[in-house]
Design a protein around this ligand. Structure first.
Ligand code: SF4
Ligand code: SF4
Ligand code: SF4
Length: 191
């Protein structure tokens, strides 16, 4: 019997160059309206003193918590988690109460001004991953800073990357077990 998939993503901030190809692809792929975003890449710097300058990059999106607080607060069942561990919103059932937005400690959710429903990163679950494709942001990244795949498959790119890289879970102290992890900046600076 095939093992249940469990999707995760690794963002290597050392490889990121802040080009915004990922956030642009996300907007186009998912028809995200202006003024709201499923994905942002923040550029911090350059900082330090010449010639020791450093620039940090930070990905901001849903981190796909295993223990997602946005799900149990939803009064209609619109917020739910798939069997492969992806937290999604069924916009047909969303009444726009914003409980899930308030419950998310990563500020990853927003109300979509066109649908009136809560929205966020979906791991491109319906549009790409369920068809065997990688998420749009992962596919477009020119430097390979994003690795996505099934963490239950020990031979997948994500499993191998997690074994070989020192990745950190954002806000790990909250105990929400995020499945999007970051390789921090090891080139120098404050990260
Ligand atoms: S596409 Fe890749 S390199 Fe460009 S901003 Fe996104 S993660 Fe960074
Ligand atoms: S990051 Fe926020 S929106 Fe995403 S699963 Fe966690 S609590 Fe829910
Ligand atoms: S996985 Fe899909 S929805 Fe999530 S940030 Fe990447 S492109 Fe956007």
């Amino acid at each position: 019997m095939a093992t249940q998939k469990r999707y995760g993503m690794l963002y290597d901030s050392n490889k990121c160059i802040g080009c915004q190809a990922c956030s642009t692809a996300c907007r186009a792929e998912n028809k995200v309206p202006d003024k709201v975003s499923r994905l942002q890449v923040w550029i911090e710097g350059p900082k330090g003193k010449y010639p020791d300058l450093i620039t940090d990059f930070h990905r901001k999106s849903c981190v796909m918590c295993d223990s997602a607080p946005c799900v149990p607060v939803c009064p209609t069942g619109a917020s739910y988690t798939t069997s492969d561990g992806v937290t999604l919103v069924n916009e047909k059932f969303c009444v726009g109460c914003k409980y899930c937005i308030a419950a998310c400690p990563y500020q990853a959710r927003f109300l979509n001004p066109e649908t009136g429903a809560a929205d966020k990163c979906t791991f491109c679950h319906e549009t790409r991953v369920s068809r065997g494709q990688k998420p749009a942001c992962v596919s477009i990244c020119p430097t390979g800073a994003l690795i996505f795949g099934d963490m239950n498959d020990s031979k997948s790119d994500i499993s191998l990357a997690l074994k070989s890289q020192r990745a950190v879970k954002p806000k790990e102290h909250l105990g929400l077990k995020p499945k999007v992890v970051t390789v921090p900046n090891w080139r120098g600076g404050d990260a």
